[in-house]
Write a new protein. Structure first.
Lengths: 87, 144
């Protein structure tokens, strides 16, 4: 939790930011929200990728070559399809 | 007449190489960075493969992320008719690739992005084009 003075500073900053955004015309505001959503998505994706890579590193498989990974993906594809389309 | 967005399918290898930041395939991570500008359908076969790769909690985070772009990401759970799959097997596809190809055809998708050499160089007569990640990025650059 933020200390009181830090919380006040953040709140002031957000108010200033909101005031500035409110001066933009609707099209600019829409473009801004799209950009914010895009940045949030990219951050989320990067955080997920970091977590995934950390787990693979711990398991000792992060250094696999692209060919090895591709071979495993192809094997997995056939196994899944064989199960999904078994007649 | 309204022309809708061009939906694409990213093959499982694009997602996995992208998340791994595979050094030999840097374009795959770049394609994922472009997701907010793309309209992506995820066929059943690709979805099942993705669910088998990252762990359960990683996949939940991944799908939560995709749901933020609900209008631009379409997860498809339906199975494609086996007769369509067999058609692609006759073209030379293995069963799994045939399932992906059949679903792409049924969905009416024009572009598959993949690093799978079988799709890229081996199979002829597919009703959609197959682009490597780097070539897809080049096209995005032309559009932007």
């Amino acid at each position: 939790m933020l200390p009181q003075w830090e919380g006040d500073r953040v709140s002031l900053h957000l108010n200033e930011l909101a005031t500035k955004i409110a001066t933009l015309d609707p099209a600019e505001q829409e473009a801004l929200w799209e950009k914010v959503a895009e940045l949030n998505f990219q951050r989320g994706l990067e955080a997920l990728a970091q977590k995934y890579r950390a787990r693979l590193a711990a398991e000792g498989t992060l250094d696999q070559t692209a060919d090895t990974v591709m071979a495993e993906l192809k094997k997995l594809r056939e196994e899944i399809a064989a199960d999904d389309y078994r007649t | 007449m309204t022309i809708g967005p061009d939906w694409v399918v990213l093959d499982t290898n694009i997602w996995i190489f992208g998340l791994r930041h595979q050094p030999e395939q840097p374009a795959c991570a770049q394609v994922l960075q472009h997701l907010p500008q793309l309209h992506v359908k995820i066929p059943r076969q690709v979805r099942l493969e993705l669910q088998a790769n990252p762990r359960h909690e990683e996949m939940r985070a991944f799908f939560r992320l995709l749901h933020r772009h609900a209008g631009q990401t379409d997860l498809r759970w339906e199975q494609v008719d086996l007769s369509r799959v067999r058609t692609y097997q006759r073209l030379g596809c293995k069963l799994g690739d045939a399932a992906v190809a059949a679903h792409i055809e049924v969905l009416g998708i024009g572009t598959l992005v993949s690093e799978n050499r079988d799709f890229l160089y081996e199979i002829r007569g597919l009703p959609f084009r197959v682009l490597r990640a780097a070539d897809f990025l080049r096209e995005l650059g032309e559009v932007e």
